[in-house]
Ligand binder design. Structure first.
Ligand SMILES: Nc1ncnc2c1ncn2[C@@H]1O[C@H](COP(=O)(O)OP(=O)(O)O)[C@@H](O)[C@H]1O
Ligand SMILES: N[C@@H](CCOP(=O)(O)O)C(=O)O
Length: 303
């Protein structure tokens, strides 16, 4: 009897980009890969070895696939999953969104159901309520999104190819849950205005390739001022990025990764940001990434 293997590749995402808190997300050329087949029992191999993700209780991909199987009225017997994890967990690079997107694409492929936006969000939001990660992970590119009670509205906006993302990943995890718990419930009107002005300018700066506007357009008063207490030398990392030639800089998602946007001097910027972390006694590494424009890819192989 032939066996079906489903292979899914999903890009990392950097959400917020400063002022676009819970709104903007950008897919990057760093990928998690999931290869799964039906099995009796759950077996997870994770490369590189990751004990935490090998536990089905922690593995969002398995949870989503199980949920979709049961939603079809079928009993979930298990799955054999081989997972290549290039995106570090709990670092603000949308690792959890890759697992959710991969789980949804797998479930819909296996059950031969067409995947509409409505179906996607109905499942995805049970596991994570952030369209700013989920959408670019699924569709690729730069996306601005908003979620109401019953609908998600979004638009993909061209992101200039010449801009690269320098992501600086410190050697400590920061769960999205913790990074959200430090945010205030309410913010002053002037801070809301501050962010609307900058987020709007960010979009126009991209469309007109006015890279000189990105520095001011990526300033933020909604989340970074509260989250920076969780990131040693936050201000210095941003400062060193600009001193070395970045055109924009911010926290990546909920952190702990920091993001710089740049047109050149990528290594210089990465090294400078890493050195700002090391001045606080934190090891970090940097990656220079392009924008992924295509999003998640799914392939079914008969064995
Ligand atoms: N690659 C993955 N595969 C399966 N489950 C994952 C993966 N990445 C994250 N998760 C699960 O999602 C949870 C939440 O991750 P989160 O703090 O949102 O990280 P991130 O900021 O990297 O998305 C993790 O504790 C883990 O249980
Ligand atoms: N808008 C969310 C994005 C969280 O992204 P993650 O990659 O850190 O999970 C937030 O800022 O909380």
């Amino acid at each position: 009897m032939t066996k079906k293997i489903v292979k899914v590749k999903v890009p990392a995402t950097t959400a917020n980009l400063g002022a676009g808190f819970d709104t903007f997300g950008l897919a990057l050329t760093l990928y998690n890969e999931f290869e799964v087949e039906e099995a009796d029992g759950v077996f997870i191999e994770s490369y590189p070895e990751n004990k935490f993700l090998k536990n089905p209780e922690n593995n969002l991909f398995i949870k989503v696939v199980k949920y979709l199987c049961e939603a079809e009225g079928k009993k979930f017997h298990g799955a054999k999953l081989k997972q290549t994890v290039n995106i570090p967990v709990a670092r603000g690079l949308g690792s959890s969104a890759t697992a959710i997107v991969a789980g949804i694409l797998t479930g819909f492929a296996v059950h031969k159901k067409p995947l509409t936006d409505e179906e996607f969000f109905k499942v995805a939001y049970l596991f994570e309520p952030h369209p700013d990660n989920l959408l670019p992970a699924w569709k690729g590119g730069f996306i601005t999104a908003l979620k109401t009670e019953d609908k998600t509205y979004y638009s993909k906006i061209d992101f200039p190819q010449e801009l690269k993302a320098v992501v600086v990943i410190p050697d400590f995890e920061l769960s999205t849950e913790l990074a959200r718990s430090v945010l205030p419930k309410e913010i002053p009107l002037k801070d809301a205005v501050f962010n609307i002005q900058r987020a709007s300018l960010f979009i126009r700066a991209l469309q007109e390739k006015r890279f000189d506007l990105l520095k001011v357009a990526m300033e933020d008063r909604l989340h970074q001022p509260y989250r920076k207490s969780l990131i040693p030398n936050f201000d210095k990392v941003i400062q060193y990025a600009y001193d070395s030639g970045a055109v924009g800089a911010s926290l990546s998602g909920a952190g702990s990764t920091m993001l710089a946007l740049a047109l050149d001097d990528f290594d210089k910027i990465g090294q400078a940001m890493v050195s700002a972390f090391s001045e606080a006694g934190i090891n970090a590494k940097y990656l220079v990434l392009d924008v992924d424009t295509e999003g998640a890819k799914v392939e079914i192989v008969e064995k």
